[in-house]
Design a protein around this ligand. Structure first.
Ligand code: HEM
Length: 492
């Protein structure tokens, strides 16, 4: 008998029902009782195990992005960027890397409708030959705030009221009235694309600035952008009500059914690049996550394509237990000093150790698909099979060595310790520019959504007035229209 053959897997199903420890179960219909009518005996181990398993079926849902759908496929390089990065998975056109992708909404619970106005998560895990690379982005290219210190408060304001458990605009717009840097994000969220038609018809973005490093150690700032080949489509309010009323999982279903029908969703990956020496040349801070980089100056350059051609086998294993983390990068890709990104580097693995346990990276969906080795082990639910006698480093008995040295950005960091805001806030220019690209009917829908949100009876005159002041600074006519419809004067 090979004791390692029958790993837990449906590939090794027995023809009959068993307990978790493999003993045949002769009756899975009735509890073991004293006589036909009971009482039930505690010694019915199978019954107790079955209930205990059921009682623990749910794990904590993600604190944000709880509602999601995933799928598998591959990423293929189509354009050579080996001069920019030594990342193995980007080494040459034609190279394919397996991926798993999870799309999500942000604010509401695991079973919430997929038709709500909310950003969408777009997280891609590349299983490369040099470890996993997680590009954990959203469908919008900017974010609400630029300092991770504010993230928990922001999420609390967006989440349901802790008393009523209802998402309420007065709380949302109260919080963001202190944060004019959120205006740019609101030109996406309150635009038509604030409710994507489904997960296939939306853009994706790495949002932050990352750094690519080539073999020679040269750093280049980079932003990543996904564009769907089937185009971006959205739901207007009335359509969203109709679609969501009929099926509150319509986007998960659309993704699953498309892949099952062989209509594989595809995105092209583009990058924008910037020489770090040029970062001071703009009227905004290029590492500020509330800003986009102008495409006329820093054009989109094609890199590859992402194809989702396989549905997941099991929702729990490949969605609930899936763990993405922006700190999981590979040689050739590094972080930037973007303050939000720096905070995210801590938060994801921290929540996942709590949500999934300390060995969450051993779970099949999260584990690397390349050879790997270290001496971090044991802990709860460790199932790594090890037979080494050397569990320390260095050792003259174990030939494990340091890997090849890969370049990391060698920038000199200096400055005093301080808590402060960035110098070039420039909160209003890009939101105004974006609003002015909208057609008149799209502008009208944008205004209508703001009037509706600001009409919440619990929003004070002061908060309304602050918002009108902000929008006036982004675009004078937008501010005037809001002021006249809400009968409010700007606060300055
Ligand atoms: C400092 C700011 C942020 C913090 C502290 C934060 C924290 C978190 C946490 C705790 C989770 C749950 C992870 C899990 O349970 O597995 C999460 C999920 C996620 N976050 Fe953030 N987040 C931040 C900013 C952002 C930004 C700027 C983006 C977009 C670029 C983003 C995109 C996502 C996505 C896509 C997921 C879902 C990943 C999945 O599908 O499992 N987050 N975030």
């Amino acid at each position: 008998m090979d004791p390692y053959k029958y790993r837990p897997s449906s590939a090794f199903n027995s023809p009959f029902c068993t307990t978790n420890s493999g003993a045949p179960v002769w009756n899975n219909n009735s509890s073991l009782t004293v006589g036909a009518r009971g009482p039930v005996l505690l010694e019915d181990y199978h019954l107790v195990e079955k209930l205990a398993n059921f009682d623990r079926e749910r794990i904590a849902e993600r604190v944000v992005h709880a509602r999601g759908a995933s799928a598998k496929g591959f990423f293929e390089v189509t354009h050579d960027i080996a001069h920019l990065t030594c990342a193995d998975f980007l080494r040459a056109p034609g190279v394919q890397t397996p991926v798993i992708v999870r799309f999500s909404t942000v604010i509401h619970e695991r079973g919430s409708p997929e038709t709500l106005r909310d950003p969408r998560g777009f997280a891609v895990k590349f299983y490369t030959r040099e470890g996993n690379f997680d590009l954990v982005g959203n469908n919008f290219p900017v974010f609400f705030i630029r300092d991770g210190m504010k993230f928990p408060d922001m999420v609390h304001a967006l989440k349901p009221n802790p008393k009523s458990h209802i998402q309420e605009n007065w709380r949302v717009l109260d919080f963001f009235s202190h944060h004019p840097e959120s205006l740019h994000m609101f030109t996406f969220l309150f635009d038509d694309i604030g409710i994507p038609q489904d997960y296939r018809h939306m853009d994706g973005s790495g949002v932050h600035t990352f750094t690519l490093i080539n073999r020679a150690g040269k750093s280049t700032y980079v932003k990543f952008h996904w564009k769907p080949t089937c185009g971006v489509k959205s739901l207007l309010e009335e359509e969203a009500i109709r679609v969501g009323g009929a099926n509150h999982s319509h986007a998960t279903q659309d993704l699953y059914d498309s892949i099952a029908a062989g209509n594989y969703p595809e995105w092209k990956l583009f990058i924008q690049i910037m020489d770090p020496d040029h970062e001071d040349k703009f009227d905004f801070d290029p590492l500020d996550v509330t800003k986009t980089w102008p495409e006329d100056i820093l054009p989109l350059q094609p890199v590859g394509r992402l194809v989702l051609n396989k549905n997941i086998d099991n929702f729990f294993n490949e969605n609930e237990q899936l763990a993405f983390c922006p700190s999981i990068v590979v040689p050739g890709v590094y972080y930037s000093d973007d303050k939000m990104l720096q905070t995210r580097i801590f938060s994801y693995s921290d929540t996942q150790r709590y949500r999934l346990g300390p060995n969450y990276l051993q779970l099949p969906a999260n584990a690397p698909k390349c050879a790997h080795h270290n001496n971090h082990y044991d802990g709860s639910m460790n199932f790594m099979h090890r037979d080494e006698e050397i569990d320390y480093f260095p050792s003259r008995y174990d030939q494990v060595r340091h890997a090849e040295v890969y370049p990391i950005p060698s920038t000199v960091c200096s400055g005093k310790r301080e808590k402060c805001i960035i110098q070039k806030e420039n909160n209003f220019k890009q939101p105004g520019e974006r609003y002015r690209t909208f057609t008149p009917d799209r502008q009208e829908r944008f205004i209508r959504r703001w009037v509706e949100a600001l009409s919440d009876p619990r929003i004070t005159y002061e908060i309304r007035s602050i918002w009108i002041t902000y929008w006036s600074q982004a675009d004078k006519s937008l501010g005037q229209k809001l002021a006249s419809r809400l009968n409010v004067r700007p606060s300055i």
